[in-house]
Design a protein. Structure first.
Lengths: 147, 173, 555
């Protein structure tokens, strides 16, 4: 509460909410370059499955019922993450976000998860930074295997 | 004879009670009390120092988070804030509980704050600081990191844990 | 014996006799000659023996137990007998007294047969009569012609004997051969002529044989009936042919007569006997039937009156039963209604119990909520205690309150667990009740079902009892009518029986007469039945009329 009150320069964030496995994630809508239908026949370079990249255990590719590709661009580099289509687009003050507890932060940041947002409707939504995720060591080594 | 005996008995009890009161006063002065939170885990009694426990919470949905060690099952919200949860059974290498019920102690240790999942709080009591024994010498070094000492409670032995040590153990590789 | 055989035998006998007599005569003659010849030979032998002996010594005497011819000792000296054997063959012996002292006869063992005594006719002839003996004798089983001469001393006393013997077979060998030849020839000749005579007799008598066979065949030939249809062969122009012709004409006449008699006998015997027999048997059957019916009817009448009595009783009982049944059925209906009532009460009871159970469970739920609240309260108390500890001295009083709240919560736990225990007991009791009620409900249901079924059965029983009563009444009526009718029938039957008895008497008389007639007819039938008159007509014997007649006679 204190944090929300502190500055008038607090940003508003538009968040795309989507689910993977039993968890809900949200990504900054501004980060996305494109959102497109997933076409299994097309050979898409630099594209990977989101739940695999973020390290969610016990989730199958078949469990992704409405796969879409979340495309981000970093300079000339383009990455695609395949997961369920967005469920919601919500707007929040950056102040309403909570940093991750110090015990889990070191493990989560490397997976691109940088904050949490308690929402009455959904419980805890994990905020994912696709740029961080693209740079994560696990993803770099597994990139060759991705479709 | 009986009358004499009776008056002697009341005198004796009264004097004992007075002695007791005096001793308590002395105790209050000379031996400071420590609050400890007694809790059960897999049928054994453990304790956290009361100063390290902020709050006792019921378990109302732990939200998992990817990438964390197994002994950290996820996150909880505590009045709008997000807190991590450590499964103390996993930390102590105990088998999973028979029923999922339990309670969470919101504890602090050093700079770290986290919820600790236990079977249930037994009591919050004040004990004499002197009644706390040092940890047994035969403990291995890993265990010694998070065991602060031991005490007796109603004839049962209680292991006093150090929250900071527990947190360090939880995230240790 | 057949004439043929007789003739043949006679012929053979005559031939055999002629030949035998001839043969015997010639053989006797030959034998006599042979015997004469043998006697002559014997004489010459014994004469020679004498010559030889006398050449040794003329005077015969016995000295010192030895027979001497002059000085020639004969005892143990076999010279002379051996010489006789050398000259003539045959046997020769010298006796001293009647003891053999020198001989050429050998014992079967090979020694000389000396020392034995002479016995039999030769001894008698010589030593008693003083005469020589001629005759036949067996020497060691072989027949010999023998000749004994007495040896006399100077005083003319017989002191010994000479003997020579010739084997009979030496003389009769030729005779035996001749005899065998004669017998053989006689047999051959006799046989030959016998055969010829057989053949001739056969030939002569063959027509007669044919006639005999035919007649035998006709008369018997394994049957009981003589066949009159046969005819003899009268082709031969001799006496046999004539006899056959005469016999044939006789047969013809006889056939005519027999067939006439047969026809008459058949019709006569058959008709009367059958008719009378039938009538008689019918009448006796009728008589016995009527008396049977009569007695049956009497029995029937008495039975009917018994039935009438019984059926009256049955009707009354049936009436009573019907009333009882109706009463029973009515009572049973009341019972069924009660059962149904009990059933609905029981069902309501079960519903109540189940409801009680459900409510108890709801209370358990509420207890759970209370427990949760107590838990939360306890948690709050713990947290208050923590707060009080951190508030230092100021928080001490607050800490006491927190402790009290905790104790309250614990009390609540105790109470709720106690209540839970009670509710569990209630639930168990409810379960037991429900199970028992269901059991009794099932029992009541079964009872209801049985009641319904029993009701149906009772209704059927009532209907049955009604029809039984009706039937019994009907039977009672019917049997009374029947009783009347049957006594009338009995009276009528008695009349009939009387009539039949009378009829039976007259038939008996007729029957007796007809039996006599039938007997006569049967006799005649038997007589003519022994002849067959052609066309396979078999006479009388197995005609039913005959059998009937016999039976009637037997009656």
């Amino acid at each position: 509460m204190n944090r929300a009150e502190t500055g008038g320069s607090i940003e508003r964030l538009r968040l795309l909410v989507f689910s993977a496995g039993s968890l809900r994630f949200a990504a900054d809508a501004d980060q996305l370059a494109q959102l497109r239908e997933y076409d299994p026949s097309a050979n898409q370079c630099g594209t990977c499955w989101f739940h695999e990249a973020v390290g969610l255990d016990g989730v199958d590719r078949e469990a992704v019922v409405r796969p879409e590709v979340y495309v981000v661009r970093q300079g000339a580099q383009e990455y695609g993450f395949i997961t369920n289509a967005p469920e919601d687009l919500i707007e929040r003050d950056a102040g309403s976000l909570r940093p991750l507890p110090s015990l889990v932060e070191p493990f989560s940041l490397v997976r691109g998860i940088w904050a949490a947002l308690p929402v009455e409707r959904y419980g805890i939504i994990l905020l994912v930074d696709f740029f961080r995720l693209a740079a994560s060591p696990g993803l770099r080594s597994g990139q060759g295997d991705t479709p | 004879m009986p009358h004499q005996h009776d008056s002697m008995k009341s005198d004796r009890i009264l004097s004992e009670l007075k002695l007791l009161r005096e001793s308590r006063t002395i105790t209050d002065v000379d031996e400071p009390m420590v609050t400890v939170v007694l809790f059960s885990l897999d049928g054994e009694l453990y304790a956290f120092p009361g100063a390290n426990v902020l709050e006792i919470l019921p378990v109302e949905g732990i939200s998992p988070i990817p990438g964390t060690p197994e002994c950290i099952p996820g996150l909880i919200t505590v009045r709008g804030d997000i807190e991590s949860v450590i499964d103390l059974r996993r930390v102590l290498d105990l088998p999973p509980p028979a029923d999922a019920q339990g309670q969470i102690l919101l504890a602090t240790g050093g700079e770290v704050r986290s919820g600790v999942l236990i079977d249930g709080v037994e009591d919050v009591v004040d004990v004499l600081r002197t009644s706390i024994l040092p940890p047994p010498r035969n403990l291995d070094r890993q265990t010694r990191e998070f065991v602060a000492g031991g005490l007796e409670r109603d004839g049962r032995s209680v292991t006093l844990l150090d929250p900071a040590g527990v947190f360090a153990r939880a995230v240790a590789p | 014996m057949m004439i043929r055989s007789k003739l043949t035998l006679l012929n053979i006998l005559l031939v055999t006799a002629a030949i035998t007599i001839t043969t015997i005569f010639s053989l006797l003659q030959i034998r006599r000659d042979a015997e004469n010849q043998a006697r002559n030979v014997q004489e010459s032998h014994i004469k020679t023996f004498w010559e030889l002996l006398r050449a040794k010594g003329d005077a015969f005497s016995i000295r010192e137990g030895k027979l001497l011819a002059g000085d020639y000792v004969i005892n143990g000296n076999y010279e002379l007998p051996d010489k006789i054997k050398e000259i003539f063959g045959g046997t020769a012996t010298i006796f001293m007294g009647d003891r053999r002292v020198s001989t050429n006869v050998l014992t079967p063992e090979g020694g000389r047969a000396v020392g034995t005594l002479l016995e039999g006719p030769p001894r008698d002839a010589m030593f008693r009569d003083g005469k020589p003996y001629r005759g036949e004798a067996d020497i060691f089983g072989v027949p010999y012609f023998t000749a004994y001469d007495p040896i006399r001393n100077g005083r003319g006393e017989v002191i010994g004997a000479l003997y020579v013997g010739v084997k009979k077979s030496d003389f009769f060998a030729a005779y035996d051969r001749l005899r065998s030849g004669c017998i053989l020839i006689a047999i051959v000749v006799g046989g030959f002529f016998g055969l010829i005579s057989v053949f001739l007799v056969q030939k002569l008598l063959s027509p007669l044989k044919a006639m005999v066979e035919k007649l035998r065949e006709a008369s018997h030939n394994g049957r009981e009936v003589s066949d009159l249809t046969i005819r003899l062969d009268d082709g031969t122009r001799d006496e046999i042919g004539l006899v056959a012709g005469e016999f044939n004409s006789l047969l013809e006449k006889m056939q005519e007569i027999i067939s006439l008699v047969t026809t008459v006998t058949n019709s006569f015997a058959g008709t009367i006997a059958t008719a009378v027999h039938h009538q008689a048997s019918f009448t006796s059957q009728l008589s016995s039937s009527v008396s049977e019916i009569s007695s049956t009817m009497e029995e029937f009448t008495s039975t009917a009156s018994q039935i009438a009595e019984h059926s009256q009783g049955v009707a009354e009982i049936a009436e009573t039963t019907l009333l009882d049944m109706k009463e029973g059925a009515a009572k049973f209906e009341i019972l069924a209604a009660k059962m149904a009532e009990i059933n609905s009460d029981n069902q309501a009871g079960i519903r109540e119990i189940v409801d009680l159970g459900r409510k108890s469970k709801e209370i358990t739920k509420i207890m759970g909520i209370i427990n949760t609240v107590a838990n939360q309260t306890k948690l709050i108390a713990f947290n208050a205690a923590l707060e009080a500890a951190s508030a230092g001295e100021a928080g001490k009083r607050f800490g006491v309150v927190a402790t009290e709240i905790r104790r309250l919560a614990d009390n609540v736990f105790e109470s709720t667990s106690e209540i839970e225990g009670k509710i569990n007991e209630i639930l168990e009791a409810v379960n037991r009740l429900v199970i028992n009620s269901e059991k009794s409900s099932k029992g009541i249901g079964e009872g209801l079902e049985y009641t319904t079924r029993t009701n149906v059965v009772l209704d059927e029983l009532v209907a049955g009892a009604e029809s039984t009563a009706d039937a019994a009444r009907q039977i009672s009526l019917s049997t009374q009518q029947q009783q009347t009718a049957s006594s009338q029938v009995v009276i009528a039957l008695r009349d009939i029986e009387e009539g039949v008895r009378f009829n039976s008497g007259s038939i008996q008389q007729t029957s007796e007469i007809s039996v006599n007639l039938t007997e006569m007819a049967v006799k005649l039938g038997k007589l003519v039945g022994e002849f067959s008159i052609g066309k396979g007509v078999n006479l009388a014997m197995d005609d039913p009329a005959c059998a009937a007649g016999g039976e009637t006679a037997a009656q």
